[in-house]
Design a protein around this ligand. Structure first.
Ligand code: SF4
Length: 223
């Protein structure tokens, strides 16, 4: 067993004994080592995230929801945060909103496995409350690394918080949706969150208009 592995095992032993602060402090200093470009690939980044204690959501989550899909996808969907089903299963967008997202992707002529799906926050906020600014700030470096590694041609942000976090703005989603933006050199299309569409199905046509723009851009072969 390597020296590094053995120290981690020791820390986990202390954590299991209830001496949690020692474990949290050690993993926090480990997480602080994340610098842009420091992950060689998505599995390494996912491994790096294991046990992340960077924000208070680490205390209430069941597990980290890293996101899943094609690691070299042209199209990346970014939502807000895992919900109950995602927290239980460890997968992004698997509840009712996720099923609607699957229909949207298929209507665009793609499959879920063609795209990459994740959230700004990798851990579920208690009772699905809104993400808090310190949580977004803590978790954004991981999303930024995902974007760098996947290098998609288009990012579709789902809902207010994802658009605001990715674009670094406080504009309301109603003003942003349907208009091309740019972040980190990637085209960004903000649109409504599928959970909002479940409550307001009359807005589905807006999302479809936005997704047609995305579909046509991807089909055009333009960069
Ligand atoms: S939300 Fe992000 S920063 Fe906070 S504990 Fe989870 S993975 Fe770490």
């Amino acid at each position: 067993m390597s020296r590094e592995r053995s120290s981690r095992d020791e820390l986990e032993y202390f954590r299991d004994l209830g001496i949690r602060d020692l474990y949290v402090d050690a993993v926090r200093s480990d997480s602080a080592a994340l610098t842009p470009g420091s992950s060689p690939d998505l599995p390494a980044l996912q491994k790096f995230l294991e046990g992340c204690p960077r924000c208070k959501l680490s205390r209430s989550r069941t597990q980290i929801v890293f996101g899943q899909g094609n690691p070299k996808a042209d199209l990346m969907f970014v939502g807000e945060a895992p919900g109950h089903d995602e927290d239980v299963q460890g997968l992004a967008f698997v509840g009712r909103a996720g099923q609607l997202l699957t229909k949207i992707i298929e209507a665009m002529g793609s499959r879920r496995g063609d795209v990459f799906i994740c959230n700004v926050l990798k851990c579920r906020p208690p009772n699905n409350r809104n993400p808090e600014p310190d949580e977004v700030a803590s978790c954004m470096p991981f999303l930024e690394e995902q974007i760098r590694l996947i290098s998609p041609r288009v990012i579709v942000t789902l809902g207010t918080f994802a658009a605001q976090a990715v674009l670094g703005t406080d504009e309301p989603i109603g003003r942003m949706r349907g208009r091309w933006r740019s972040a980190r050199g990637v085209r960004v299309m903000p649109t409504f969150h599928p959970a909002f569409l479940l409550r307001s199905p009359e807005r589905k046509k807006d999302v479809w208009e936005d997704m047609k723009l995305v579909r046509d851009f991807l089909a055009s072969g333009r960069e």
